[in-house]
Design a protein around this ligand. Sequence first.
Ligand code: DX5
Ligand code: ZN
Length: 219
Amino acid sequence: MAESLKVKVAPSILAADFSRLGHETKRAQDSGGDLIHIDVMDGHFVPNLTIGPDVVRAIRRWTTLPLHTHLMIDNPRQFFHPFREAGSDVIIFHVEVGNTVSEGIRELRALGVGCGLSLNPETPIAAVFPYLADIEVLLIMSVHPGFGGQEFIPESLDAIRQARERASRSNPSLDIAVDGGINEVTAPQVVAAGANILVAGTALFRSDNMAEAIRRLRP
Ligand code: DX5
Ligand code: ZN
């Protein structure tokens, strides 16, 4: 159950100063972040472009924390190997990419990398139920993916509750992450609903004191 899972804070480097990405990653670690969340966008699956495996490789040199690479791209399986090689510890892809989800999960297993699945706010939570026993991280989008700094969609709370209820039977140690609009107001709500990884960009990187901002997100 969620109560027994440690709540982890995951600074999302999308909100970092990209001209100083190494230092920003180190700042996230030194401030008490539990893992680093990296948003990969392709301009097709979402209307924005961000970073590729070479940037992940560069980030890898600046932190010992786990790297969770969130692939918001149309053909995620094509990039599993490059992102694994670059140093990702968990690779998260979207259930909306279609009928290749089971194969994707198998491929990540074979690569020896942690397996994560994500879904967009308009996708029914039941779409991920068949896979909950086979993954380590479920990432529930609480904004429409593509950009940082958006407002939390409150309906996400119900999706979190349903996912945690399901997982309590099939995969009690499943990490349920929430991504988008997490701040000191929404963090306690998503934790109460059953989430245990808080992904936050704006609330952390745009604060003057990241250590304090991270502490404020914790229960
Ligand atoms: C949105 C990304 C998020 C984003 C969250 O598409 O997946 O990880 O960085 O940013 P904030 O915390 O600013 O909502
Ligand atoms: Zn993300």
